[in-house]
Design a protein around this ligand. Sequence first.
Ligand SMILES: *[C@@H]1O[C@H](CO)[C@@H](O)[C@H](O)[C@H]1NC(C)=O
Ligand SMILES: *[C@@H]1O[C@H](CO)[C@@H](O)[C@H](O)[C@H]1NC(C)=O
Ligand SMILES: *[C@@H]1O[C@H](CO)[C@@H](O)[C@H](O)[C@H]1NC(C)=O
Length: 365
Amino acid sequence: MATITFLLLLGFIVILTTSLHAQIPVHFVPISWVQNAILKGAVCLDGTPAAYYYEQGQGDGANNWLVFLQGGGWCVNQTDCFNRATYGGSIGSTKNIRLSIEFEGALSNNQTNNPDFYNWNRVYVPYCDGSSFTGDVEAPDSVTNVTYRGARIFRATMDDLLSRGMNGAQNALLTGVSAGGLASMIHCDRFRGLLPWFARVKCLPIAGYFVHEYGSAGMLPPQCTSIMTPSLCLFPQYLLQYVTTPVFIAMSSFDQVQIKWNLFKEDEVCLVSQNCTHDRKQAIQELRSDVLAALPKAPPLSRGIWMTSCIAHEMPYYSTLTIIGNKTFADVFIDWYFGFNYLQVIDTQTEPRNCSEYGIVPKPL
Ligand SMILES: *[C@@H]1O[C@H](CO)[C@@H](O)[C@H](O)[C@H]1NC(C)=O
Ligand SMILES: *[C@@H]1O[C@H](CO)[C@@H](O)[C@H](O)[C@H]1NC(C)=O
Ligand SMILES: *[C@@H]1O[C@H](CO)[C@@H](O)[C@H](O)[C@H]1NC(C)=O
């Protein structure tokens, strides 16, 4: 009798545990350390080795690759980069990096939540170099001992992925948000060059099309740096003229970071609380016009566009906002990626709007 009660109890616990797990399907992907990172100089600002998170593709996605570059602003001078290396946590170091992370959105392995990429090889590349993966300086800073090696992190990470099968990719996408979005533009042709000629390779910078920017010039296309001041080649509107790989720009014309940098901090604050004065509203509208005017004029197949009027910075891939017809960002993007439909979509609503109900939430800056 006691045994039966025990078994019943055990069975009940098993059912309870299973159903609890079923309610919270959390999916963690373990860290991969870049092979020979120190030897290759693929190190963060503080000299710690680079890492990434990788999940293998399955079925008809086994030869498809989605590489996501994390964002996190930039460090802009010696002091700023030293602070990021020393006190910045994971954006300057892998010292305390998480040993596994949850893959969500376009990185999720759940077909229901991520119909476009769930069975692709999916890679999340953490950002710890402070320069959108562009630094390529041999010697550490003589004063601060900070290392500027973002480009080597990019290259060494790609080496690892190529040896994991990316050298046989049929479809590939380099994407990222914010500083990672800018990086996905800067490295777009380099990424294309690493992959087979027959592969479909495109890039998707999200919230990275800033009309003013900083950074290091070493990794920029020489066709651009030979003609203009290198720092200008970090402005996407100049840089993109020299990128030959197809690029899809996804952004808000009222991007909070863009407004904060190109106008004033107060403008970003009043934008989010939607209480700007007439003058500041006008300044924000002028910046919006500049952003729209700076968009590439190239054919839609080589330059796709999804430009919202949301008060936001980041933009989830599966946000439910529709700008034309009943098409979301994911719908328009995937049509463009596979060449079914060549669209450049720009929201004609000229007033900044809160898109929280569509999953595009203003970011606290
Ligand atoms: C996939 O996501 C759906 C919707 O969120 C959920 O109901 C389902 O349990 C998930 N499947 C797995 C295997 O986690
Ligand atoms: C400088 O950083 C390197 C790692 O990049 C470390 O090995 C070395 O001890 C550091 N030197 C000083 C003086 O902090
Ligand atoms: C470095 O940049 C930070 C952040 O923008 C700024 O606060 C600081 O004044 C700058 N320092 C120097 C020496 O330029």
